[in-house]
Write a protein that binds this ligand. Structure first.
Ligand code: 5GP
Length: 216
């Protein structure tokens, strides 16, 4: 094999994007997120800020940005969250400042969040957000997958099925919808969306100088 020819498109400056994957539990979102993070070097999981103390093994800046309640409140006051919530007595939020600075440098972020979080993010930053919804091939198959986990009681599975129906009803709040019949086929579709979205003209901030050079 000879040298790979230099492709200017690979080095062009571009703005990062916020890639949202949502689905009812059991439709494959977690598997797809893991595959994406493992195979796409330019995307990373968004790191939330929290007031919860770190658990053993958790690293500041990797699992969470661990902050004091005072600092969290200050960030709320300064409107530095895309969204935030209180869960079991601790506060969690997606910090705007950190993400915006990284987007400018071309860093992509993956968000594994539900339809409500998606709506909040979209309201605050429409130009950077790409919303992808994963559907199960059928409710019967979803039920089978939830049962196959074998960790939950029938009552818990029934509650998850109910929640799944509610989540599915928000499918029309997304830019792309994929039916996850086969996880490898579904993953190829997710990557195709990511590749195409990266090429959007508005995101390719390096195009103006590139074209200027081309025409000179
Ligand atoms: P844990 O303390 O177990 O890491 O997380 C507790 C809960 O907080 C989980 O349900 C998780 O989804 C939620 N959570 C983590 N980060 C955020 C965030 O940035 N925003 C919101 N709304 N919830 C979060």
């Amino acid at each position: 094999m000879g040298d790979t020819p230099h492709n200017p498109a690979d080095t062009l400056q571009r703005r990062g994007l916020m890639f949202i994957l949502s689905s009812p539990s059991g439709a494959g979102k977690t598997t797809l997120s893991r595959m994406l993070l493992a195979q796409e070097s330019e995307i990373k999981l968004s790191v939330s800020a929290t007031t919860r103390p770190p658990r053993p093994g958790e690293i500041d800046g990797v699992h969470y940005h661990f902050v004091t309640p005072e600092r969290f409140q200050q960030m709320v006051d300064e409107d530095d969250f895309y969204e935030w919530a209180e869960v079991f007595g601790h506060r969690y939020g997606t910090p705007k400042g950190i993400i915006r600075a990284a987007l400018k440098e071309g860093q992509d972020f993956l968000f594994d969040i539900d339809w409500q979080g998606t709506q909040q993010l979209y309201q605050k930053d429409q130009q950077d957000v790409v919303r992808v919804f994963i559907l199960p091939p059928s409710l019967k198959e979803l039920h089978r997958r939830l049962k196959a986990r074998a960790t939950d009681s029938p009552e818990v599975i029934a509650a998850r099925m109910e929640r799944a129906r509610a989540e599915i009803s928000h499918w029309d709040g997304y830019d792309y919808v994929i039916i996850n019949d086969d996880v490898d086929v579904c993953f190829a579709k997710v990557r195709a969306i990511l590749a195409a979205e990266r090429m959007k003209r508005a995101r390719q901030t390096g195009l103006i100088p590139f074209v200027r050079g081309l025409m000179a």
